[in-house]
Design a protein around this ligand. Structure first.
Ligand SMILES: Cc1cc2nc3c(=O)[nH]c(=O)nc-3n(C[C@H](O)[C@H](O)[C@H](O)COP(=O)(O)OP(=O)(O)OC[C@H]3O[C@@H](n4cnc5c(N)ncnc54)[C@H](O)[C@@H]3O)c2cc1C
Ligand code: SF4
Length: 339
C-alpha cells in the first residue's frame, strides 16, 4: 500500500478545504470500502481526511414530517431506529440486508452511498477496466458479467451499483445534503448518480471536496407498507444478484400510490418510474404488477450470462407487490384480463 497522510480536521469546512485543495486527498468515514480498495491498489490517496467526528450522527424529524439522517449515522443505528422501522421499513430492511453486523457498526450513511462497484475487473489492478483506468477497455462484456447490469449500461461499462441502502432511498424519493467549496446544496438521490455513458470513471455528480452531510426522507404515507427483497448467492454477507425496494398504497382494490426501485441491475439504484406509471390507478392484481414489471424491463439489454436477471427481477417485483397488496401472485401472466 502506498504511504499516506492522515488528517482529523477541526470542522467540515476544514475537511472540505483539505480535499478540494489536494488532488490526492480523499475523505474517509468508516473505511470499510475505501481501505479495502487501498489494500487492493485500486485507490491510492496520499491523504485521508477523516470525517467521522465531523458529520452529524443523529436522526431527526423534519418540519415537513420526514426524517433527516446525518451522514455520519452508522448503518446499524439507522436500521435499528424505531422511527425508520415504523415509517420506512423498506430502508431498515435494506440496510440489514447489507454486509455483516460488524461492518454495519462501522459503515456510515455517507460512505455507503459512495461505495464502489464490486465488478471483479474493477477490483483487480492487473486487468483493464474503463472505470479504474479510462480508455483501457471493459473485459466484463466478453468475460465475467453474471452479476453486472442489464439496464443503463453502456459499451464502456456495465458495472452495477452495490449499495442496498441506496435502492431503498431511491424508492423513497430521498434527497442528499451536500456541502462543498461553493456552499451547501441539495440533490435528489436520483441526481447523485451518473450512468456510465462514455465516462464510466465519473460515477456521481459530486465535485472534488463535496461532503455529504445528511440524507433526508420526505413524509410518504405508502412507505409504511413497504419492503425490501434481496436475492443473493448465499444467505448473508453477499451483494445482491437482484433486489427490489417497494412501497404500496392500495385503496378500494386500486393502486393509489406505489414506489419501486431495483438494485443490482444497473450502474445506479434503478428507480422503476415506468412501472409506477403503468400501475397508477390500476387494479392491484398480479396481472398488472407483471405488466408493470415487463414495461420497466423492456429497456433492458442483458448480456449472455445475466439475461436470467430479467426473469428474476420480474418475479421478485410481482411477488413483492402481491405481498404488499395482500393478493395472490398466481396468474401473473402478461396482458389480458382486468383494467
Ligand atoms: C465484505 C463486505 C460485504 C459488504 N456487503 C454489502 C452489501 O451486501 N450491501 C451493501 O450495501 N454494502 C455492502 N458492503 C459495503 C459497506 O456497506 C460499505 O463499505 C460501507 O457502507 C461504506 O461506508 P464507510 O463509512 O465505511 O465508507 P468509507 O469506506 O469510509 O468511504 C467510502 C467512500 O465514500 C467516501 N465518503 C465517505 N463518507 C463521505 C461523505 N460524508 N461525503 C463524501 N464522501 C464520503 C470516501 O471518500 C470513499 O470514497 C460490504 C462491505 C464489505 C467489506
Ligand atoms: S463493467 Fe465497468 S467496472 Fe467492470 S470491467 Fe467493465 S468498465 Fe470496469
Amino acid at each position: 500500500m502506498r504511504p499516506f497522510g492522515y488528517l482529523t480536521p477541526r470542522d467540515p469546512a476544514a475537511a472540505i478545504a483539505a480535499v478540494t485543495g489536494r488532488p490526492g486527498a480523499t475523505f474517509v468515514a468508516g473505511g470499510t470500502n475505501l481501505v479495502d480498495l487501498m489494500k487492493l491498489g485500486v485507490a491510492a490517496p496520499d491523504l485521508l481526511v477523516d470525517v467521522t467526528g465531523l458529520l452529524p450522527d443523529q436522526i431527526e424529524p423534519t418540519a415537513a414530517g420526514g426524517l433527516r439522517i446525518g451522514a455520519g449515522v452508522r448503518n446499524s443505528d439507522l436500521a435499528a431506529d424505531p422511527r425508520v422501522r415504523a415509517a420506512y421499513p423498506v430502508l431498515a430492511r435494506a440496510v440489514l440486508a447489507g454486509a455483516s453486523g460488524q461492518l454495519r457498526n462501522m459503515a456510515t450513511v455517507g460512505g455507503n452511498l459512495l461505495q464502489r462497484t464490486r465488478c471483479l475487473y474493477f477490483q483487480d489492478v492487473t486487468k483493464p477496466c474503463n472505470k479504474r483506468d479510462p480508455g483501457s477497455g471493459c473485459p466484463a462484456r466478453a468475460g465475467d458479467h453474471r452479476n453486472l447490469a442489464i439496464l443503463g449500461g453502456s459499451p464502456h461499462c456495465v458495472a452495477t451499483h452495490p449499495s442496498d441502502m441506496a435502492v431503498a432511498l431511491a424508492a423513497l424519493d430521498a434527497v442528499v445534503h451536500v456541502e462543498g467549496s461553493a456552499g451547501p446544496r441539495v440533490i435528489p438521490l436520483g441526481g447523485l448518480y451518473r450512468l456510465p455513458g462514455d465516462e464510466p470513471d465519473r460515477e456521481t455528480t459530486l465535485e472534488r471536496g463535496d461532503l455529504i452531510t445528511a440524507v433526508e426522507l420526505p413524509p410518504l404515507g405508502c412507505a409504511r407498507n413497504s419492503a425490501y427483497r434481496k436475492v443473493r448467492d448465499r444467505a448473508s454477507y453477499a451483494f445482491a444478484v437482484v433486489s427490489v425496494a417497494a412501497a404500496l398504497d392500495v385503496t378500494d382494490d386500486r393502486v393509489r400510490d406505489v414506489r419501486l426501485a431495483i438494485g443490482a441491475v444497473a450502474p445506479v439504484p434503478w428507480r422503476a418510474r415506468t412501472a409506477e406509471r403503468v400501475l397508477a390507478g390500476r387494479l392491484a392484481t398480479a396481472q398488472w404488477f407483471g405488466r408493470a414489471a415487463d414495461a420497466e424491463l423492456a429497456a433492458a439489454a442483458p448480456l449472455p450470462d445475466n439475461a436470467f436477471k430479467l426473469t428474476l427481477a420480474r418475479n421478485v417485483i410481482v411477488r413483492m407487490l402481491c405481498e404488499l397488496a395482500r393478493t395472490e401472485p398466481a396468474g401473473a401472466a402478461p396482458a389480458g384480463a382486468g383494467s
